[in-house]
Design a protein around this ligand. Structure first.
Ligand SMILES: NC(=O)c1ccc[n+]([C@@H]2O[C@H](COP(=O)([O-])OP(=O)(O)OC[C@H]3O[C@@H](n4cnc5c(N)ncnc54)[C@H](O)[C@@H]3O)[C@@H](O)[C@H]2O)c1
Length: 443
């Protein structure tokens, strides 16, 4: 049933007006690493934001103004909740009250490295049940090109409303880099694509309210591909330096010295660094979304497969190297005490999803080592049958370990102290650069 009351252009004009004067109500579905900072940014400029979060604990915490995401400032969340600009709920009954609905739910892979769009689909079906004319639905989750048109659109059209005429559908991929102090959502260019020109128009109006540079592209599909390409670019370049690391190890060269020298070239090169593998919700997963979609077109994305293969080798290589370092001191890995520094997948954040550090710990345990870890951001974790609690970092703890493996280079750790107090160090991040010593081995 199309809107009898207002022609399509009026529906769009009315929505844009509400967005421009901030009377539009914004719904954010999924209040995680992406959704909660997004909600706070919108509230800060005066939008009323309602979070729809299936985890009742998280919804309660938001309503009590208790922050659980590192990139959100406690006082900004407190201020927004106090002013009544942010509230959270667990159900979709509020959808008819909303003018803009932004979807920020997980897009994982299943066990066969194929996209698992169950969250996007179930949320879209719920939104469709309550959809009314004049709304903009925007997908922020990372996904393969075609998701808006092939997955979301049919579910939304089941409402009887027509896209571009009654409601609008767009994709604007989140590019947040957790822990990055220089670039936040606000000052990072935002790519936006609509399933049609009116959807694009509505989405550009919405995103321009809080973001300095909005980059419109011709379709939702182009926006979807842009995001997965960006993460593929990163995965491939990390794989390239990881491959160089494996080669340098055989050549008896320091990959760090070679990279530092290479990156002095002021053009035609870009710094990427090796490590014990890749982690988080993006780099190890997103390229496989594109790989899967390409197969539908009988096309093989060879770089993606190769990058995944090389990056997945790195935890095992790290453990092999740990064994070699211990061997050099006459200690068998199977009898060694190993302290791993860092459980998060990258420095200065608390996210340990897909973390290579945890894979390194699992492999060390599998080889018989007694493993403990320290991470100021990850007090405990339970993964792959491993249940560990972070050990406080003291000189005695370092000295008690046969080997200290620096897996994540959090800035708050004193690496001079680590080098001074430890018997042997395997540094996978070049965190001890300023403290070279014979008992320190770089990856
Ligand atoms: N974390 C990042 O750095 C990052 C950066 C860019 C893009 N992304 C993408 O953004 C998306 C979200 O990632 P994230 O890291 O914020 O995930 P997250 O797991 O931190 O948050 C997702 C939230 O959605 C909630 N949720 C799940 N199903 C729901 C449902 N049916 N209804 C309501 N809420 C539901 C979860 O409880 C959770 O709180 C993913 O596609 C991811 O690839 C993430």
């Amino acid at each position: 049933m199309s809107t009898a009351q207002a022609p399509a252009s009026d529906v769009l004009a009315a929505l844009k007006q509400k967005i421009a004067d901030k009377t539009a109500k914004v719904g954010v579905v999924g209040l995680g690493y992406v959704g909660l900072p997004f909600a706070v940014e919108k509230a800060k400029v005066g939008f009323h934001v309602i979070g729809i979060e299936q985890n009742p604990r998280r919804a309660d915490m938001v309503n009590r103004a208790e922050n659980y995401i590192g990139d959100v400032h406690d006082e900004e969340l407190r201020d927004a909740v106090k002013k009544g600009l942010i509230a959270a709920t667990t159900g979709f009954d509020v959808v008819p009250e909303l003018d803009v609905i932004v979807v920020c739910v997980p897009t994982p892979l299943n066990q066969n490295l194929a996209p698992d769009l169950q969250y996007v689909s179930s949320v879209t079906a719920e939104v469709a049940r309550h959809l009314r004319p004049g709304q903009l639905v925007s997908l922020e989750s990372t996904t393969y090109p075609g998701t808006c048109e092939e997955v979301m659109l049919p579910l939304l059209e089941a409402s009887g409303l027509k896209v571009e005429a009654d409601y609008f559908l767009a994709h604007s991929p989140e590019r947040v880099d957790p822990g990055n102090k220089r670039y936040s959502t606000k000052n990072t260019h935002k790519v936006v694509g609509g399933v049609g020109p009116r959807s694009l128009d509505a989405a550009v109006e919405f995103y321009s309210q809080t973001i300095q540079n909005v980059i419109p592209v011709s379709s939702a599909k182009a926006a979807e591909l842009t995001k997965v390409f960006e993460n593929t670019f990163r995965a491939v370049n990390i794989a390239l330096v990881n491959e160089l690391t494996l080669l340098c190890d055989r050549m008896g060269l320091s990959v760090w010295e070679v990279l530092d020298a290479a990156f002095t070239k002021p053009f035609g090169i870009m710094p990427f660094y090796p490590g014990p593998g890749v982690g988080g919700h993006c780099i190890p997963l997103d390229p496989h979304y594109l790989e899967w979609k390409a197969r539908e077109l009988n096309f093989t994305t060879r770089f993606i497969g190769l990058a995944g293969e090389i990056n997945r080798m790195m935890p095992e290589f790290t453990v092999r190297k740990a064994g070699r370092v211990l061997n050099g001191a006459g200690i068998a890995l199977s009898r060694a005490k190993v302290l791993v520094l860092g459980a998060a997948y990258k420095k200065d954040i608390d996210d340990w999803r897909e973390s290579p550090s945890i894979e390194v710990m699992r492999l060390l345990v599998e080889q018989g080592a007694r493993v403990s870890y320290h991470d100021p951001y990850v007090p405990s974790f339970s993964e792959h049958g491993l249940e560990l609690v972070s050990t406080p970092l003291a000189p005695e703890t370092l000295a008690a370990a046969d080997l200290v493996v620096i897996a994540t280079d959090h800035s708050s750790v004193d690496y001079g102290e680590v080098v001074r107090a430890s018997k042997l160090v395997l540094d996978t991040r070049n965190a001890t650069k300023m403290h070279p010593a014979p008992h320190v081995t770089l990856l």
